[in-house]
Write a protein that binds this ligand. Structure first.
Ligand SMILES: Cc1cc2nc3c(=O)[nH]c(=O)nc-3n(C[C@H](O)[C@H](O)[C@H](O)COP(=O)(O)OP(=O)(O)OC[C@H]3O[C@@H](n4cnc5c(N)ncnc54)[C@H](O)[C@@H]3O)c2cc1C
Length: 206
């Protein structure tokens, strides 16, 4: 069993200035007005709620998260997804995302370290058992798509998500909020940080 951290990475090489200029050009067609300060224009349309103009630009992210977070993320109907298949991939070792303890995303109260150790041991025992059972099933002739029935929800999964800037803003508002799952917030937080660095005006109100 290998334990990894959830992650998000922008796979597009982007030119932020060009992106803002494109949005400005599309947005200004309605008034046939002169091009000018693209960043301010984008700031203004977001403030006005004229967000359909942001749909002219899409970005693609590579995301690594567990199966449960993948299921939540792929509910977003206006984004496009391609997800690693547990039907066709035959794992040689299970790669998982730990919920707590060594590298996990739930940071516990340091005063409760004993409790954390107990939770960690219980979780690890179950995952190792699931891994053993998966390999036993394969050895006994099961195909990966059948043996996957014992794979845990914390199985790490690679996926690509493409969404336009309006939908990305929607996803980030929902998925960085306190009501979102801690691992989802970690992934959404990484996407937000990437956009803060590359296209700050798009997310400055989030
Ligand atoms: C904190 C939290 C808890 C959740 N808990 C549950 C749960 O317990 N069970 C569960 O099943 N799901 C749950 N969800 C998932 C949620 O119900 C949605 O499936 C998910 O947020 C994606 O849909 P969306 O409306 O946000 O927008 P997207 O699918 O990303 O679409 C973007 C926007 O497009 C518009 N849109 C898209 N499709 C339509 C349509 N058919 N009609 C009208 N407008 C549309 C809406 O304005 C929508 O907000 C939860 C989500 C969150 C954030």
């Amino acid at each position: 069993m290998k334990i990894i951290e959830p992650s998000a990475e922008l796979i597009d090489e982007i030119n932020p200035e060009e992106i803002l200029r494109k949005i400005e050009r599309c947005g200004k067609v309605s008034r046939q007005s002169e091009l000018g300060d693209a960043e301010n224009f984008v700031r203004k349309i977001i403030k006005l709620g004229h967000e359909s103009v942001l749909e002219h630009v899409s970005l693609t992210f590579k995301i690594v998260c567990d199966r449960a977070i993948m299921a939540e993320l792929t509910r977003h109907r206006l984004a496009s997804f391609t997800v690693e298949s547990t039907r066709y991939v035959k794992y040689e070792e299970l790669t998982v995302i730990a919920p707590f303890g060594r590298g996990g995303y739930c940071k516990d109260d340091p005063n409760e370290l004993d409790d954390e150790a107990i939770r960690w041991n219980t979780w690890e025992e179950q995952i190792l058992q699931a891994e053993d059972t998966y390999f036993i099933l394969l050895e006994r002739g099961a195909t990966p798509e059948i043996a996957r029935a014992v794979l845990p929800l914390c199985l790490a999964t690679e996926l690509y998500m493409t969404a336009n800037l309006r939908e990305l803003r929607h996803i980030l508002k929902l998925r960085t909020a306190k009501a979102a799952h801690p691992q989802m917030r970690q992934v959404a937080g990484q996407i937000l940080n990437i956009l803060r660095e590359k296209l700050p005006v798009i997310v400055e109100d989030i």
